[in-house]
Design a protein around this ligand. Structure first.
Ligand SMILES: [Zn+2]
Length: 469
């Protein structure tokens, strides 16, 4: 097997940064050497990481490739989306199987495997969305956990009539998880109340994209988050993972639950740390549709951004994902001209997450170690991939990013690789950048070029949540 030596860099794991050389043998990490100790080691390939960081490859545990939504499909395939991810230093994605009313869970998971097979440039795994919690679906949960390596199930308190589960269905799914060890992921917004406010807004003639954000009140995310926390506790302290947390109110409930020892975890996304209801979603005319996602971007006149960065520091927010779900402006976002309710919800981001959170390090909001932890190590442990993924240690997969803190680049649509016709991050400057990316020992990105191939990525069967006591 081919050996690769990464020399001269600063190796950063959650425990800290040290000067070290990393030896890769085949697809896994073979050894870590103190500087100078690897002089006798032979390797076919040597990568010079002097003055650079050597970090575990990013793990984005919340992406939606080719997702049917709002009468269309998210515009990235597993191929284009995984290539975009690789460019940005992400080497594992977790997408979702999708069961809707009347559908059989196992069939929908199999269909998702068919879509992804042979197309991903990096490794991938699946959660399962339950859009119809029936007796059959509850039995399917056991089977997926035991036999399919799918150990987390996403439910929606939003989108009545589409993916929505009522409290009875949520409680039943949580009770099932309490038996089979699964983690429940929750989209926590009160969709019943939101739909009333949305209807009233449209009746008033308030149809522009910004009203999507105005009717999806942060208080309704807080309420749903608290309700999910209470139901998870009633079901037996079932692990609850709140996805794409955007609001101070929701964070306060998560923090309070964690303080009393509940198995409650949460993620946020770069858009909720940087973008606002006024500056992006409120762009003139229909432009704001580019930033329609749920939960929505929050107002800059409250303190959501500051609270979320603080939550990342304190671990009340454990993970940064992207909720990558791109829709083109032309013909997709445009479905909602004249009625914000018909704008497909989602934006592209899988390529930019590592950079955007690294910028938080540059800006003094997070430590280097916390960047690695929130973007790689914790997602691996939370979703049963650790220590195969999420750390640079002997025996782990050689998913490694050489990151250059001396590189400055500006995000533009022209230079990004995801399959979408605009960038939600146009003009954002990053004081750092990806230099080399390896996936299971193979170079995927180097010298500003893609060296990977569709189909290199393997499906990862996952264990259960690694944070339970
Ligand atoms: Zn999502």
């Amino acid at each position: 097997m081919a050996r690769t030596l990464i020399t001269g860099g600063t190796l950063v794991n959650p425990t800290g940064g040290i000067a070290a050389d990393v030896l890769i043998d085949g697809e896994t990490i073979a050894a870590i050497y103190a500087p100078g100790a690897a002089t006798d080691v032979t390797a076919e390939t040597v990568i010079d990481a002097a003055a650079k960081y050597v970090v575990p490859g990013g793990i984005d545990p919340h992406v939606h490739m080719n997702l049917p939504f709002g009468g269309t499909f998210s515009s990235d395939t597993f191929e284009t989306g995984s290539v975009g991810a690789a460019w940005g230093g992400t080497t594992t994605i977790i997408d979702f199987g999708l069961q809707r009313p009347g559908e059989i869970v196992q069939d929908r998971l199999a269909a998702r495997h068919d879509e992804a097979a042979g197309t991903c440039a990096i490794d991938f795994a699946f959660h399962m969305i339950l859009g119809d919690v029936t007796e059959e679906a509850l039995k399917a949960m056991d089977e997926l956990v035991t036999h399919e390596g799918v150990t987390s199930f996403k439910l929606f308190m939003a989108y009545p009539g589409v993916f929505y589960s009522d409290d009875a269905q949520i409680l039943r799914a949580m009770q099932s998880a309490s038996n089979n060890g699964a983690t429940i992921m929750m989209h926590a917004e009160n969709g019943i109340a939101i739909d009333v406010l949305a209807q009233q807004a449209v009746e008033r003639g308030d149809t522009d994209p910004v009203f999507h954000g105005i009717v999806r009140r942060s208080a309704l995310e807080g309420e749903a988050t608290n309700r999910a926390i209470v139901l998870a506790d009633v079901a037996g302290n079932v692990p609850l993972y709140v996805v794409h947390l955007s609001a101070s109110e929701a964070l306060a409930h998560v923090a309070q639950a964690r303080d009393v020892g509940r198995n409650v975890f949460a993620e946020t996304c770069p858009q909720y740390l940087y973008l606002t209801l006024e500056d992006q979603l409120g762009a003139p005319g229909f432009e704001g549709a580019k930033w329609v996602c749920s939960p929505p971007l929050r107002t800059k006149h409250e303190h959501h951004h500051a609270d979320l960065w603080n939550g990342l520091r304190t671990n009340d927010l454990a993970v940064v994902s992207t909720d990558h779900c791109p829709f083109c402006f032309k013909e997709q976002k445009e479905l909602g001209v004249g009625d914000f309710r018909a704008i497909p919800n989602g934006m592209a981001g899988v390529e930019h997450r590592m950079d955007l959170i690294y910028q938080g390090v540059v800006d003094g909001k997070l430590t280097l170690e916390r960047w690695v932890e929130t973007c790689s190590t914790t997602p691996a442990r939370m979703f049963g991939l650790y220590p195969r993924k999420g750390i640079i240690a002997p025996g782990s997969d050689a998913d490694i990013v050489v990151y250059d803190p001396a590189r400055t680049h500006t995000i533009t649509h022209e230079t990004a690789h995801m399959n979408v016709d605009h960038s939600s991050w146009e003009g954002f400057t990053i004081n750092g950048g990806v230099d080399v990316v390896l996936s299971r020992g193979s170079v995927v990105i180097q010298g500003g070029a893609f060296h990977g191939r569709p189909g290199h990525g393997k499906f990862l069967a996952r264990d259960t949540n690694g944070y339970l006591s």
